[in-house]
Design a protein. Structure first.
Length: 221
C-alpha cells in the first residue's frame, strides 16, 4: 500500500503553540556584527542538543546560472569569513571557479532558528587547506584521499576498494597531502537571522555590509 504524500504533509505541524516554546530574539540587543550573534546562536544550538549544528546548506551556481545545493560542514567562522572545504575538482569546486559567489543556510529546528549567509568566495592558501584537513579525523583524510568527487562511479565494489586503500594510506601517512583539497572562505555581504515564533510572528534581523561596517534592519516574515 503506497504512501499518500500530500496527506502525510498535511498531518505535520510546525511549532504548535500548545506544545512549543521558542526563545525570543530582541533586535534591540543584537550585537553590532553578525559574527558575534552567529557565535552566540551556535553555542546555544550546541547547548540545546541540536544534532550536527555545524552542518549547513551550500548553494552555488554553474556557468549557465543553474543553482545547486548540498549539505556540507562548517569548518570555521571568523573575520575572514565562513569556511568550508571540498576538492577543487568537485562540482561545487568547478562552480566556484566559474562563479565565485555562494550562499549558506543553517537550520536549528530545536530553537526555531535559521541563519542565511551570502557573499563572494575565495580559496584560502594551500597550506591553510592542508593544515585544516590534517587537523581532522582519519576518516576525513581517507575521504579526501579517495577523491574523484562528483565523477560517475562504476560500482559500489569500486568505491569499497578505493575507500579501503585510502583508509590504509590515511592511517599510514596521517600527513598525506591532497593537492585538490581546498579551503574556501565566504566573506558575507549579508547575514540574516531568523527566529521562529509559534504564533508566526517570526523575527528577522538582517545585517548588510557597507564598506567595512554593518547596518541592521528588520524584515517582514
Amino acid at each position: 500500500m503506497g504512501t499518500d504524500l500530500h496527506e502525510l504533509l498535511r498531518s505535520l505541524r510546525v511549532w504548535d503553540p500548545e506544545v512549543t516554546s521558542l526563545p525570543p530574539l530582541d533586535p534591540t540587543t543584537a550585537p553590532a556584527t553578525p559574527l558575534a550573534l552567529f557565535t552566540a546562536w551556535f553555542a546555544e544550538a550546541v547547548a540545546a542538543g541540536q544534532p550536527e549544528p555545524h552542518t549547513m546548506s551550500l548553494a552555488t551556481s554553474d556557468t549557465a546560472g543553474h543553482p545547486d545545493v548540498r549539505i556540507v560542514m562548517l569548518h570555521g567562522a571568523d573575520e575572514d569569513g565562513w569556511s568550508f572545504a571540498t576538492h577543487a575538482t568537485s562540482r561545487k569546486g568547478a562552480h566556484l571557479a566559474a562563479h565565485p559567489h555562494a550562499a549558506l543556510a543553517f537550520y536549528w529546528p530545536l530553537l526555531g532558528r535559521q541563519v542565511r549567509v551570502r557573499g563572494p568566495v575565495t580559496a584560502a592558501p594551500s597550506q591553510d587547506a592542508q593544515a585544516d584537513l590534517h587537523a581532522r579525523s582519519t576518516g576525513a583524510l581517507a575521504a579526501a584521499l579517495t577523491g574523484r568527487q562528483s565523477e560517475v562511479l562504476g560500482s559500489l565494489e569500486e568505491l569499497a576498494s578505493a575507500s579501503q586503500a585510502a583508509w590504509e594510506r590515511a592511517q599510514r601517512e596521517p600527513d598525506a597531502p591532497v593537492p585538490s583539497w581546498t579551503l574556501y572562505r565566504l566573506r558575507p555581504d549579508a547575514v540574516e537571522f531568523f527566529q521562529g515564533d509559534e504564533r508566526r510572528q517570526h523575527v528577522r534581523v538582517n545585517y548588510r555590509r557597507t564598506d567595512e561596517t554593518w547596518e541592521r534592519e528588520l524584515l517582514w516574515p
